[in-house]
Design a protein around this ligand. Sequence first.
Ligand code: SAM
Ligand code: SF4
Length: 335
Amino acid sequence: MSAPLIDPFQRPISYLRVSVTDRCDFRCVYCMSEDMTFLPKKDLLTLEELDRMCSTFIRLGVEKLRITGGEPLVRRNILSFFHAMKRHLDSGALKELTLTTNGSQLARFADELVTAGVRRVNVSMDTLDEDKFAKITRWGRLPQVMAGIEAAQAAGLKIKINAVALKGFNEDELFTMTEWCAARDMDLTWIEVMPMGDIGNEDRLGQYWKLTDLRARLAERYTLTDLPDRTGGPARYVRIEETGQRIGFITPLTHNFCESCNRVRLTCTGELFMCLGQEDNADLRAALRNHPDDDGKLEEAIRAAIALKPKGHDFDYSRQSVDGRVSRHMSHTGG
Ligand code: SAM
Ligand code: SF4
């Protein structure tokens, strides 16, 4: 076993998020503009290259792999990649293989994901209202996602719902969404909207609903108990005593948790971003393609990249302006 990956701030890197495509069948207003230009296929890592890359990270101590995008399940033949990663679950080197999805393709793939060793899935869903869903995702349709969630639960997958907290959009659904999730035995995590990528005419500050305010609203109706649980992510959790479910808060703006960050992100073109909120990245595709038979060179490039992991991001809306903005779309780095 090689020495583990430790960054300059003594944080061990055990979590890799991999964006397997920048494409998506939705166009969520906070994530993409309607007329996105996507990368040419030749720039993408092939599924074999993704395998080699992820396997190298696993050899260097990565224990959790989250597949994301764009929409990971629209990448052709992506299930073969999941099946290939199962060998690392079987060997015990990988503790968890999971994905974040918009749910549109779950009805097709839920059973196969289970066969590949996936046990939990995050499904992003910001509203329970069909019209609002069509509006926020532009191209998405709620019944399709609902069918996906049902199929996933029937296949035995544990579902967590992720919702972006959006002022004037889903504030009025705080309790209905909580109760809908509780009735289906699902945890629910709220995310503060981050200033990533050009999204056309949408207004970031206008979208921003502070999770401190959201939490205070929840506490007016329910008894919230802080939980020590960490899932290797930036979310902090409470339990709602009345329903028993967990509610997560991802608060890059009101409170960042960079000090305990254990993750790095690989894009579909093989760039490694050491922080979601910074522009620094390392081109691992070159190391991979220039040395097809030498994982030592890839390992060297990975270690050099980890040595550059910054302390944290600089997202900040507190001066009534959007600071710390990064130009990449979330779908590029993978949310
Ligand atoms: N397509 C998949 C999905 O929607 O779950 C995976 C990729 S998506 C980029 C991952 C997560 O990022 C989603 O939960 C989405 O809501 C969130 N997201 C996208 N843009 C965001 C932004 N600007 N701020 C906060 N969260 C964002
Ligand atoms: Fe697609 Fe996910 Fe971005 Fe929505 S949030 S546009 S589903 S990548």
